[in-house]
Write a protein that binds this ligand. Structure first.
Ligand SMILES: C[S@@+](CC[C@H](N)C(=O)[O-])C[C@H]1O[C@@H](n2cnc3c(N)ncnc32)[C@H](O)[C@@H]1O
Length: 234
């Protein structure tokens, strides 16, 4: 039996309910693009990472820009050996600490209030939903570079490059996710920093009105989950 099959399979619905039970960001800051990843997206992402690619259970996991800890705590819930969550915002880290304690996961989850630039070391897997770089240009690129520096496998959420009504219709009717091609820009960027793209999964993301400049009560858009593998040194 392989290593990750030894742990009990968690139902996706139970994972979604666990993530939904976590405290969310009390006062999100637009400058840091503090959008909470919806539980459906977290569950899809973690299911793909854990059960399609075997990169969560018994692994060391780094959650870059952890916010209130949804991705890292979800990984710990599925059976990660060790999780480190990092966020620059002390308010987010405090909420992540509360979530860790309430979930009884303090033994394997460690939280760091810091800029991702200060993180060094080696991890099996990075999970991240970085700022898309809308407020702070290229913020997403700094996350990708850091992830490729410290981990062998990376699961990273990015904005789908264009509005694609056909893809939105397909996701609404089929649900969950569909596999798509990488954007030429991200494909080139990731290769430049030593990564190979294994797969890209598009999913629907729906966020409530959070900031004054939002014009609608809900904003539905497509995000792409990049699965990246660090190129082995020849
Ligand atoms: C889109 S939110 C995602 C939050 C959380 N991971 C989730 O999935 O709900 C991006 C997070 O990155 C954090 N962040 C932005 N820039 C950062 C930096 N340079 N270093 C560390 N954290 C940063 C923000 O505070 C925010 O919590």
């Amino acid at each position: 039996m392989d290593r990750y099959a030894q742990k009990r399979l968690i139902r996706k619905l139970d994972l979604e309910l666990f993530v939904a039970s976590l405290q969310s960001q009390s006062n999100p800051q637009v400058q840091l693009e503090q959008y909470t990843t919806p539980e459906r997206v977290v569950a899809n992402m973690l299911y793909i990472a854990a059960y399609t690619h075997g990169d969560v259970i018994d692994k060391s996991v780094l959650d870059l820009g952890c916010g209130t800890g949804r991705l890292g705590l979800g990984a710990a819930f599925l059976g990660a050996a060790e999780v480190v969550g990092v966020d620059i915002d002390p308010v987010a880290i405090k909420a992540a600490q509360t979530n860790t304690q309430k979930s009884g996961l303090s033994k394997c989850v460690h939280l760091v209030n810091s800029d991702i630039a200060t993180i060094h070391g080696r991890f099996d897997t990075v999970l991240q939903n970085p700022p898309f770089g809308v407020q702070n240009r290229k913020a997403d690129q700094a996350f990708l570079v850091k992830a490729l520096e410290v981990a062998d496998k990376i699961y990273s959420i990015h904005n789908h490059p264009q509005v694609d009504e056909q893809l939105i219709r397909m996701l609404k009717s089929r649900g969950n996710f569909v596999q798509v091609l990488p954007s030429p820009f991200l494909g080139g960027f990731i290769a430049k920093y030593g990564g190979d793209i294994t797969a890209v999964y598009s999913m629907l993301m729906s966020i409530p009105k959070m900031f004054g400049f939002h014009r609608k009560l809900r904003h539905d858009f497509v995000i792409d989950l990049y699965v990246i593998e660090k190129q082995s040194k020849k």
